[in-house]
Design a protein around this ligand. Structure first.
Ligand code: NAP
Ligand code: MG
Length: 403
């Protein structure tokens, strides 16, 4: 069999612990035998980040800007325990945070649906993709513990002209106050990312805030989305046969639960934080979620939504076989290959990505799966495989499919 060719390399970002082991297995068994793999390799493993003073992370993000598409393995975000474990020079920041700051993106997460892993919500037939604004609001807020009677004010000091002051509250006793912000530029980028993603995946876009209560803050989100939609996207949406739908957040949650799925739900930062965990859990498992960072300039970074599965890695280091689920990591690769295939007009590459995803789903639906899925499946007589056995079964199916 001829290997599928590639023209432009993928930006490959290797990672840590159990997912780094899976990464190599996936390449050896499911990619290199079928694709003439071209990547520009960046080792974001913690030891190498430390050696390069984390320069490798910034370099990888800039490479995504150069080539357009990256695929990333899960990585350790160091805490005090990791600084000691790895003898780090310092507590390096989260690689995802660094990459997001350079690409300025929105994170889209969608469940991978298979028969036998049923959503808890009976009406859900198709995935719900959650688009989370990843800047500002309560995550960049300043807070004050008000110790006793007194006044809290909010003051805007313009570069020129008179300051404007509002009274937040006149306290008769102790209390709390918070000041948070966002920017038109960030909200605009968020809106464009969502509209582009909806067009790219041909799904309706829902957006919701609490604009009836928050008449300036949330209302600005609503207004910016509406203006960008009317001026830049309405025609393309109508041509694609999809809709943009705005409603109040309370109405949205009720509609989401009653829906059949199959749309994108854009959320402000906090709503997205909470709702993405809710949606992921309701669909089954974090190991069955795809995750892609889309930048407003049209750069894509595919990854798994889960972490490095540290507990399994320590078992692996003891020489034990683990039953770690590789599906989200495989789908990070297929997402990246499909996008590269589209951009470079190599339909064989996109077809390979489709075939690999189908092989994964068929394997699970045949009853062969990793332990995390075996514990929640509704399929009778499911077989629990090690990661290596599971990947081996996927490979056999893929070989058959690709002839
Ligand atoms: P985690 O790696 O997601 O694992 C938490 C638990 O979830 C695991 O112990 C395991 O449960 C289960 N799990 C997650 N993924 C699984 C998979 N593919 N197959 C089977 N089970 C899976 O989260 P963590 O232990 O909190 O974090 C570990 C490291 O990951 C941390 O250093 C953190 O900084 C990093 N992290 C990275 C990213 C990223 O790069 N995107 C995201 C989150 C966390 P059982 O142990 O019960 O089997
Ligand atoms: Mg959360």
């Amino acid at each position: 069999m001829d290997k599928i060719r590639m023209n432009v390399p993928l930006v490959e970002m290797d990672g840590d612990e159990m997912t780094r082991i899976l990464w190599q297995m996936i390449k050896d068994e499911l990619i290199v035998p079928f694709v003439d793999l071209k990547t520009e390799y960046y080792d974001l493993g913690l030891a190498h980040r430390d050696e390069t003073d984390d320069q490798v992370t910034a370099d990888a993000a800039h490479a995504i800007k150069k080539y357009g598409v990256g695929v990333k393995c899960a990585t350790i975000t160091p805490n005090a325990a990791r600084v000691e474990e790895y003898g780090l020079k310092k507590m390096w920041p989260s690689p995802n945070g660094t990459i997001r700051a350079i690409l300025d993106g929105t994170v889209f997460r969608a469940p991978i649906m298979v028969n036998g892993i049923e959503p808890y919500v009976k009406t859900w037939k198709a995935p719900i993709t959650l688009a989370r604004h990843a800047y500002g609001d309560v995550y960049k807020a300043v807070e004050i513990r008000v110790p006793g009677p007194g006044k809290v004010e909010l003051t805007y000091v313009p570069e020129e002209g008179e300051p404007e002051t509002l009274t937040v509250f006149d306290y008769a006793g102790a209390g709390i106050a918070q000041g948070m912000h966002n920017t038109d530029a960030s909200i605009t980028n968020f809106a464009r990312c969502c509209f582009n993603y909806a067009l790219g995946t041909k799904q309706d876009l829902w957006f919701a805030t609490k604009d009836t209560i928050s008449k300036k803050y949330d209302h600005t989100f609503k207004d910016i989305f509406a203006e960008i939609y009317e001026n830049e996207y309405r025609a393309a949406f109508e041509e694609a046969g999809i809709t943009y739908f705005y409603t109040l957040i309370d109405d949205a949650v009720a509609r989401v639960i009653r829906s059949e799925g199959g749309f994108i739900w854009a959320c402000k930062n906090y709503d997205g934080d909470v709702m993405s965990d809710l949606v992921a859990t309701a669909f089954g498992s974090l190991a069955m979620m795809t995750s892609v960072l889309v930048s407003p300039e049209g750069f894509y970074e595919y990854e798994a939504a889960h972490g490095t599965v540290q507990r399994h890695y320590y078992q692996y280091l003891e020489g034990k076989q683990t039953s770690t689920n590789p599906i989200a990591t495989i789908f990070a690769w297929t997402g990246a290959f499909r996008k590269r295939g589209e951009l470079d007009e190599i339909p064989e590459l996109a077809a390979y990505a489709d075939a690999l995803e189908k092989a994964v789903i068929d394997t699970v639906e045949s009853g062969a799966m990793t332990k995390d899925l075996a514990s929640i499946t509704t399929l009778p007589g499911a077989r629990t495989l090690t990661s290596a056995e599971f990947i081996g079964e996927i490979r056999s199916r893929l070989e058959q499919a690709l002839g």
